[in-house]
Design a protein around this ligand. Structure first.
Ligand code: CU
Length: 116
């Protein structure tokens, strides 16, 4: 009888672990930079949730930065970079490529939609 109760208890804790675990992982978003675009060019993230960006350039040197979103100035080159940020406020943020990269630089944007 004691064994049954022990097993029931373990099952309860295991179930709780699964529930709390599903909210914990922070999303990872891969972004490729090239001449002259970010792929994908629009991403969606959640306010208050730490989010990881994996950034790599397949062509040229580019960059991103956003004071509002807490993204530090980051050069995007052929070797992968990781940026972790936590957006605070919802809204649509249009980030310009932060490093002069040539003819298409002015039109090279990454749109980050921060939703609740
Ligand atoms: Cu640029």
């Amino acid at each position: 009888m004691k064994l049954v109760w022990t097993l029931a208890l373990i099952a309860t804790f295991a179930g709780a672990g699964i529930v709390s675990g599903s909210a914990a992982p922070s999303p990872v978003i891969n972004i490729d930079a090239s001449n002259w675009k970010f792929t994908p060019s629009t991403i969606q993230v959640h306010a208050g949730q730490p989010t990881t960006l994996h950034l790599i350039s397949t062509e040229g040197v580019h960059g991103i930065q956003s004071e509002e979103l807490g993204i530090p100035m980051t050069a995007i080159t052929g070797s992968a970079k990781t940026v972790v940020f936590t957006p605070e406020k919802t809204g649509k943020y249009v980030l310009h490529c932060a490093i002069m990269c040539g003819a298409g630089h002015a039109n090279m944007t990454l749109t980050i939609n921060v939703v609740p």
